[in-house]
Design a protein. Structure first.
Length: 201
């Protein structure tokens, strides 16, 4: 079962529209260096996932729109630096988005490093069986609880739920190991499960 299905119904409310990156992404990215029309196709494909990523983290429409525009501007201007042998186009794009988000946070609340923010010590849970709960209510509750997690967990989940990137590519975006991503996902699922189930006792 895909991880997204833990949280989301299939009614389109929070559907994963990006899916698995298509092979045409590479061709479009390379063509876009000479032909802006090719970049327009990438823009159309990834506009919603990138905006969703910022909105998940910021919950502020104007800032999310501004950072989405900035991300695509930086991506277009930086296409010459895109190397398909090291990463996929969506991972490269979300790396830019994540850097824009970090810069935004540093402007509004200076921190030395998002990675240095404290983590809680809950033990990981073996499963996340919440089938007994109302699914639409669960969507709201999950996001309320995600926003109580440490910053790096919130960023991790925003990347995961905005575009469902593979853990290997999320690791590259966050400059951590793939194993660390797996551990963080597992640990935070346990944290969320406990928090949500405690609401319904």
């Amino acid at each position: 079962m895909r991880l997204l299905s833990v949280f989301f119904d299939t009614d389109g409310s929070f559907s994963d529209s990006s899916g698995t990156p298509e092979s045409s992404d590479l061709d479009l990215a390379l063509k876009a260096r000479e032909n802006p029309d090719s970049f327009a196709q990438l823009f159309e494909k990834y506009l919603t996932p990138v905006y969703r990523y910022f909105f998940f983290r910021l919950r502020h429409r104007e800032d999310s729109e501004d950072l989405t525009s900035l991300t695509f501007e930086k991506a277009f201007l930086g296409l010459k630096n895109f190397r398909d042998d090291s990463t996929s186009f969506p991972a490269w794009l979300f790396k830019i988005a994540n850097n824009c988000l970090i810069d935004h946070y540093r402007r509004i609340k200076p921190v030395d490093s998002l990675d240095e923010l404290s983590e809680t010590g809950f033990e990981p849970s073996e499963n996340f069986d919440l089938q007994g709960l109302n699914r639409k209510m669960l969507i709201t509750e999950v996001w309320e609880e995600i926003r109580t997690l440490p910053e790096k967990y919130q960023t991790l989940w925003a990347l995961k739920l905005a575009s469902d990137l593979p853990h290997q590519e999320i690791a590259k975006i966050l400059n951590i190991s793939e194993n660390n991503v797996n551990v963080m996902i597992h640990r935070s699922l346990g944290m969320l499960r406990k928090k949500i189930l405690n609401r319904h006792k």
